[in-house]
Design a protein around this ligand. Structure first.
Ligand SMILES: *[C@@H]1O[C@H](CO)[C@@H](O)[C@H](O)[C@H]1NC(C)=O
Ligand SMILES: *[C@@H]1O[C@H](CO)[C@@H](O)[C@H](O)[C@H]1NC(C)=O
Length: 203
């Protein structure tokens, strides 16, 4: 009899603990849902607004690409409640899967806080030369682009950002941004039109 009584008390204790656990999970879920609905966190938006390409020459004798390209970007924070700290942004430029340049867009020297509902400019300068082992297919693609006057360039940016809500600041987030660009060659004295290109942002 005593044994039976003890077991049922034990069961009822577990029953209570179980109910508390379920209630806690529901509560946490509810708090999270309310937070989400009130804050409506959204990613920043990123696009390339200008591209100025003045040199893109590949020499097969020494396998060297000589390049000169300036890109202007805008980053937009669409959030109503969150501001964004841009702590670090590194841009990598690729042609036909071959990385030819990188540039530190944002470092500790020019990192900044972007307030809600605002847009900020950034820019990258890729200039120099790089030894690249392009195969014959890639070289003929480059010659094609050269005769078209428009180069298919892929730019990937590695971000390090933090979100701020009121006085609380999130930990580091490292989204990646991908931009597939069609960059017209800028002949001196002629006006070349680059179409503003949206990039995709991946968290
Ligand atoms: C590669 O060769 C081209 C033409 O032959 C030359 O203009 C260029 O300076 C060379 N690049 C390097 C890095 O030596
Ligand atoms: C790109 O941005 C730089 C610096 O913000 C600015 O001086 C330059 O005029 C811009 N270039 C174009 C083509 O808009």
């Amino acid at each position: 009899m005593a044994d039976k009584h003890g077991r049922s008390c034990c069961c009822c204790l577990f029953g209570i603990l179980w109910k508390i656990l379920v209630a806690l999970i529901v509560l946490v879920g509810l708090v999270f849902l309310i937070f989400w609905l009130v804050v409506q966190p959204r990613s920043f938006k990123f696009q390339v607004t200008e591209a100025d390409l003045t040199q893109f020459d590949y020499y097969t004798n020494n396998h060297t690409l000589h390049y000169n390209m300036v890109l202007n970007f805008t980053a937009r924070n669409p959030n109503k409640k969150l501001s964004i700290y841009y702590d670090k942004v590194e841009a990598l430029a690729f042609y036909e899967d071959a990385r030819f340049a990188n540039y530190d867009v944002i470092t500790h020297m020019n990192s900044f806080r972007q307030y809600k509902k605002s847009t900020s400019p950034m820019s990258a300068v890729f200039s120099g030369k790089k030894v690249l082992m392009l195969n014959s297919e890639q070289v003929s693609k480059l010659n094609q682009d050269k005769s078209d006057g428009v180069y298919d360039i892929y730019v990937k940016l590695n971000f390090r950002i933090r979100f701020r809500l009121g006085d609380s600041i999130s930990g580091n987030l490292k989204p990646k941004v991908k931009c597939h660009l069609k960059v017209p060659f800028s002949k001196s004295g002629t006006f070349t039109l680059f179409e503003t290109t949206k990039c995709s942002v991946h968290f």
